[in-house]
Design a protein around this ligand. Structure first.
Ligand code: ZN
Ligand code: ZN
Length: 366
C-alpha cells in the first residue's frame, strides 16, 4: 500500500511538469508534458494513482462533443500532494477520492434534488489544466474550493486506489437504484452486464430481490451469477422472457434497469415488465438514439419510464461506504490497468469491449 511521507511531499512541491493525456480536439488524445496545476486558497492538489475510464469520457472524445484542449478522467483516486491556504480538513498524504462536480444546494433544481441539472453542478471543479474536464488522466489534478468543501472522501487504510476509484460510478448506480426502488422479493431484470450493469447486479443482490440479467458475453453472464443473479441470459435467448414470466406467475418483472444501449433494448424492457413496473434508462445518453415502446405499454400498462444521470451528493458518503466496506466487490470488475503512456490501448479496449474486458483503469504514476 503506497503511503506518502514528508520527503515525498516536499519533492512533489518542487515538480513543475507532469504527464497528461491531453484531448486535442477532433478525437485526438496525446500524452504530453504539461505544467503541474497551481492551486490557490481553499484548493488542493491530488497526485492521481487510479482513474477509471468511463464511457461518457469516451463518448465526448469519439464524437468530438467538446473543444480541446482538455484532460478527461473523473473516477479519480489518489493522494493529497499539497493543500492551499485555509484548507484544514485535509493534509498532504491523505488518501482520497474526488467528485468532479458538486451542486450549489440552493437553486430551483437543487431544491428538487435534481442535482445533475444544477448549473453549478454542470461546472466541473477538478482539472489538470485547460478547461476543467476532470483531469484524472494525468499525474496531478487541482481541486477547486467548492469541491474541496463537499466533494472529497478519505480512503480508509487497506482499500486500494483501484477499488476507491469506483466510488463515483457506484454513486451514479445507487442514485438510479433509489429511483426504481426495488422491494425485497421483487423480480428485477438488469439488461447489460458491463461494469455498470454488474455494479447494479452487486447492489441489487444486497436488497433481497430475485435478479435476472442479460448480456451477449458469457463471461459477463458468469460474473452476474457469481455476484448474485438468479440467472443470466443472452438477450436474444427466448428463455430470458420465459424465465421472468415463470418467476412472476406470468406478470413480468417488477423493475427493469437498462444498463446498455442497443437497438430495441427499451422495447424489450417493456415487453418483459409487468403492468405498473418501473423501468430505468441508465445508458441512453445519446441525443441521437431513439427508443421505441408502444404508448399503451406506458398508458394502459401504467409503467413508469425514468432516467437517472450522474451522481447525487446526498448519496456520496453512502456510496463511499459501499465501496470501502467491501460490500460491493468492485475491484473484481477491473480487467485491465494501463500506465498513462498506454492510455490509447485502454481507451481502444473500452470502446470495443470483448469477452475479457470490463473496467479499465489508468494508473498515471506507473
Ligand atoms: Zn463516469
Ligand atoms: Zn443548484
Amino acid at each position: 500500500m503506497p503511503t506518502a511521507d514528508s520527503s515525498l511531499v516536499t519533492a512533489e512541491k518542487a515538480l513543475s511538469t507532469m504527464r497528461a493525456a491531453v484531448y486535442k480536439g477532433v478525437s485526438v488524445v496525446a500524452v504530453e508534458s504539461i505544467p503541474v496545476p497551481e492551486i490557490g486558497r481553499g484548493e488542493v492538489l491530488i497526485r492521481v494513482e487510479s482513474c477509471g475510464i468511463c464511457p461518457t469520457d469516451l463518448k465526448k472524445i469519439s464524437y468530438n462533443l467538446l473543444p480541446g484542449p482538455r484532460v478527461f478522467g473523473h473516477e479519480t483516486a489518489g493522494v493529497i500532494a499539497a493543500v492551499g491556504a485555509g484548507v484544514t480538513q485535509y493534509a498532504a498524504g491523505d488518501r482520497v477520492i474526488v467528485f468532479h462536480h458538486i451542486p450549489c444546494g440552493e437553486c430551483f433544481y437543487c431544491g428538487r434534488k435534481l442535482y445533475a441539472q444544477c448549473p453549478v453542478y454542470k461546472k466541473v471543479g477538478v482539472t489538470a489544466g485547460y478547461e476543467p474536464a476532470g483531469g484524472g488522466f494525468s499525474q496531478y489534478v487541482r481541486v477547486m474550493d467548492w469541491i474541496v468543501e463537499r466533494g472529497i472522501e478519505k480512503i480508509p487504510a487497506g482499500v486500494s486506489f483501484d477499488a476507491a476509484s469506483f466510488v463515483e460510478p457506484v454513486n451514479t448506480c445507487l442514485k438510479g437504484m433509489r429511483q426504481v426502488d426495488p422491494q425485497p422479493g421483487d423480480v428485477v431484470a438488469i439488461l447489460g452486464q458491463g461494469p455498470v450493469g454488474l455494479i447494479f447486479t452487486m447492489m441489487a443482490a444486497q436488497l433481497g430481490v430475485r435478479l435476472v440479467t442479460t448480456d451477449t458475453f458469457e463471461t459477463r453472464r458468469a460474473l452476474a451469477r457469481k455476484f448474485g443473479a438468479h440467472e443470466s441470459f443472452d438477450p436474444r435467448d427466448t428463455a430470458f422472457e420465459r424465465t421472468i414470466k415463470e418467476m412472476t406467475e406470468g406478470r413480468g418483472a417488477d423493475v427493469v434497469i437498462v444498463a446498455a444501449s442497443a437497438k430495441g433494448i427499451v422495447e424489450q424492457a417493456a415487453a418483459i415488465s409487468r403492468p405498473g413496473a418501473r423501468i430505468l434508462l441508465f445508458a441512453q445518453t445519446s441525443h441521437q438514439e431513439r427508443i421505441e415502446v408502444s404508448g399503451a405499454d406506458i398508458c394502459m400498462g401504467e409503467r413508469t419510464l425514468c432516467g437517472s444521470y450522474s451522481a447525487s451528493v446526498d448519496l456520496q458518503a453512502e456510496s463511499a461506504e459501499m465501496v470501502f466496506s467491501g460490500i460491493l466487490p468492485v475491484e473484481e470488475l477491473v480487467s485491465h490497468r494501463y500506465p498513462l503512456s498506454e492510455i490509447h490501448q485502454g481507451m481502444e479496449r473500452a470502446l470495443h469491449p470483448d469477452a475479457e474486458s470490463l473496467k479499465i483503469i489508468v494508473q498515471p504514476q506507473r
